[in-house]
Each structure stands twice: as structure tokens, then as C-alpha cells.
Design a binder for this molecule. Structure first.
Ligand SMILES: C[C@@H](O)C(=O)SC[C@H](NC(=O)CC[C@H](N)C(=O)O)C(=O)NCC(=O)O
Ligand code: NI
Length: 131
């Protein structure tokens, strides 16, 4: 069953696609891989990542055109993790760009992995892990 399976994407519903793309592309350095408009369903899909979908797991941002109110993120979803080199410089640069880093870089609680967390425009937590 598992031979050949691949984790393809994580889908996040976003309220303001341009704002989310600015966060993930301008500030987190992702590339817009493809964008498809679906007028019959009144939604747009934008696939972003750090490389081609043929060999990278990517983000699928879903923008429902008629959705104005904030999404309820609930208390089950945790985070999406991004591996970075020099987590301290990454977080410093983001703060200089006006992006808050609510959980500053340092060893995780009850562990040694060096992590940090930022929130995306919809409030989803994004974890940085020093590689
Ligand atoms: C290894 C890295 O990918 C992690 O995500 S560990 C981060 C760590 N997670 C937890 O503590 C999970 C249990 C917790 N009760 C929960 O349900 O979230 C974490 O979030 N640490 C917080 C910190 O500030 O270090
Ligand atoms: Ni994690």
C-alpha cells in the first residue's frame, strides 16, 4: 500500500489570498507554483512551496470568494513545519520585516530541537526547525 505513496500537500483555507501569498512568498520565501480559478465553485487554489510538486510537499491555499468571516481554527490543528538554516537570523529578519515571532527561537520544551513559531495571516501556526 505504501510503495510509491507521497505526501503531496496540506490545504489551508485563507480569507485574503494576496495577503497569504505575500506572507508565504515574500516573507517565507516560497514560490507560487500554480494558481487555478474555479468560478463554478467560486474559489481559487494557489499551490506554494520550495520546489516543484514532482518532488516537494507543498501548501494548497484555498480562497473561497464569498467567505468574509474568519475561519475557526479550532484546537486540534498544530502547525506546519519548515526546516531552516540559522533560525536566529531567519526570525530576526522576519521581525525586521514586521512579522511577529510569538515563540522566539530556542530549544523546544522537554526537548533539544531548536524551534520557533510565527502565525500566518489567518492565525495558522508555522514552526521553524533549525536543520
Ligand atoms: C519537533 C517539533 O516539530 C515539534 O513540533 S515539538 C514542539 C512542541 N510540541 C509539543 O509540546 C506537543 C505537545 C503539546 N501539549 C501540544 O499539544 O502542542 C511544542 O509545541 N513546544 C512548545 C515550545 O515552546 O517549545
Ligand atoms: Ni513540529
Amino acid at each position: 500500500m505504501t510503495k510509491g505513496n507521497r505526501l503531496l500537500h496540506t490545504m489551508l483555507r485563507v480569507r485574503d489570498l494576496e495577503k497569504s501569498m505575500d506572507f508565504y512568498c515574500t516573507h517565507l520565501g516560497m514560490t507560487l507554483l500554480r494558481r487555478t480559478e474555479h468560478p463554478e465553485g467560486r474559489f481559487t487554489l494557489a499551490f506554494l512551496g520550495y520546489g516543484a510538486e514532482s518532488d516537494h510537499t507543498v501548501l494548497e491555499l484555498t480562497h473561497n470568494w464569498d467567505r468574509t468571516e474568519a475561519y475557526d481554527l479550532g484546537d486540534a490543528f498544530g502547525h506546519i513545519a519548515i526546516g531552516v538554516q540559522d533560525i536566529y537570523s531567519v526570525c530576526e529578519a522576519l521581525e525586521a520585516q514586521g512579522i511577529e515571532v510569538p515563540r522566539k527561537p530556542g530549544p523546544m520544551k522537554h526537548g533539544t530541537t531548536v524551534i520557533a513559531f510565527v502565525r500566518d495571516p489567518d492565525g495558522y501556526m508555522i514552526e521553524f526547525i533549525e536543520r
